[in-house]
Design a binder for this molecule. Structure first.
Ligand code: GAL
Length: 412
């Protein structure tokens, strides 16, 4: 009894409710999240799940605003990229610089990751991983039955669509949701225009580039892919689209490597049951998407201590390894042990390093890493409307992209 009391005392000296907003509700995502809840519960805290379904986080971010406006922010929320800064500017985020210094985060994280977590030089968020978005997930059996090679260009994929369909399969597994449309589009834009074009368009938000000929070509190519998608696509969840590739109903899916979490959960092996290849034309580039949690200011000491435990847990080496094995991503920490990871993850880690040197490393605009939120949302709406409206011209789409930047500037 005494021993038990001591043990409990050791773990639960400042036990608190840890409420975290996230949108990890698919099978693979939930498996990854369980690594975090397990860890925090083992140190005596109570996990209060605040999950908001909807890949890409659009629904979650709407709900977060409602909660913050009503004066009850969660302890932490999955907030990414420039939005971390936007929340910090409103004075809502907690400075976790002391936890970060004690854990030596500056020396542990790649600069591109560390910088995204800071506001005015102080950490206000903690990263858990790096996802690569520009992947193509292939069912090799399906391609074989259709007599088609893995596509090395978007045109080759479009040209092979008839053979894939005649063999009885859907060429592209897709869910018709704006963020999935935008995810597909950013890979097409990167493949057609290259990393420099991508950066000018989606990081510098340069209007000449948004109106230029390369963007026209990217949009035209993107629109041609609409015919490669089945009639059941509207509103389909991304994980249901991944399931079409897993079960051999569709040939390919273009999605970040959270899709690998679904393959892994289904017991599938890369190289044998499925292939991971960079999306056509993007093998020298890497669209990164860092999952991170920003911390909201807490009124009570207990809660602040629990928040520090959460920050430490998120950055733990062993946690990041286990979490990312289930999530499909790679650890955010540099020099993480990769021996338990599969080939796709090893290639992602290698490409992340190589593209950071070559200039091919670019932030995912669809996953909230590149542009201010208002611009990102308006661009996403424009791209999705264009994809789904047969009557909207490419010129109109380009005009709307330019307007998206202007609208974002007004809101800032
Ligand atoms: C991304 C997020 C990933 C994954 C995906 C689908 O924005 O970074 O972790 O969850 O959405 O839900």
């Amino acid at each position: 009894m005494l021993a038990l009391g001591l043990a409990l005392g050791a773990v639960a000296s400042h036990a608190a409710d840890i409420e975290v907003l996230h949108w990890w509700t698919s099978g693979g995502e939930a498996r990854a999240l369980a690594e975090l809840t397990k860890k925090l519960e083992a140190s005596g805290h109570r996990w209060r799940d605040f999950s908001v379904a909807g890949g890409g986080g659009d629904n979650a971010m709407l709900l977060l605003k409602t909660r913050v406006v009503s004066g009850y922010p969660p302890m932490a929320a999955q907030i990414k990229g420039p939005e971390i800064r936007e929340w910090a500017e409103d004075g809502l985020l907690a400075d976790i610089g002391d936890v970060a210094s004690a854990g030596n985060w500056d020396a542990t994280l790649p600069a591109v990751v560390a910088n995204a977590m800071k506001y005015e030089g102080r950490y206000v968020a903690a990263p858990v991983n790096v996802h690569r978005v520009n992947w193509m997930w292939i069912n090799p059996e399906v391609l074989k039955k259709a007599g088609v090679e893995p596509p090395t260009s978007w045109d080759a994929l479009i040209a092979s669509a008839d053979s894939i369909r005649k063999a009885g399969f859907t060429p592209i597994a897709h869910g018709g949701q704006p963020w999935q449309d935008f995810t597909l589009f950013e890979s097409v834009a990167l493949g057609v225009g290259g990393a420099d074009f991508y950066k000018k368009a989606f990081v510098s938000l340069d209007s000449a580039t948004l109106q230029g000929a390369t963007m026209t070509k990217a949009l035209d190519t993107f629109k041609s892919l609409r015919k490669l998608i089945d009639a059941g696509a509207p509103n389909r969840e991304w994980s249901a689209a991944t399931a079409m590739v897993i079960s051999g109903k569709a040939a390919v899916q273009f999605m970040g490597d959270w899709a690998k979490g679904e393959f892994a959960r289904a017991g599938k092996q890369p190289g044998r049951d499925y292939l991971c290849l960079p999306a056509p034309g993007t093998d020298k580039a890497y669209t990164y998407n860092i999952d991170s949690f920003a911390f909201f200011r807490q009124r009570h000491d207990e809660a602040r201590k629990a928040q520090a435990d959460l920050a430490n847990a998120l950055m733990g080496a062993e946690f990041q390894e286990n979490f990312n094995l289930a999530k499909g991503s790679i650890p955010a920490r540099t020099n993480a042990r990769m021996d338990r990871f599969d080939d796709c993850a090893k290639r992602s880690a290698e490409a992340f390093r190589a593209t950071a040197q070559s200039g091919g490393l670019v932030p995912s605009v669809a996953h909230r890493m590149a542009a201010p939120e208002a611009v990102q949302a308006a661009m996403q709406a424009a791209v999705s409307a264009y994809f789904n409206d047969a009557n909207m011209s490419t010129r109109d789409a380009q005009a709307r992209l330019v307007q998206a930047v202007a609208a974002g500037n007004v809101q800032r």
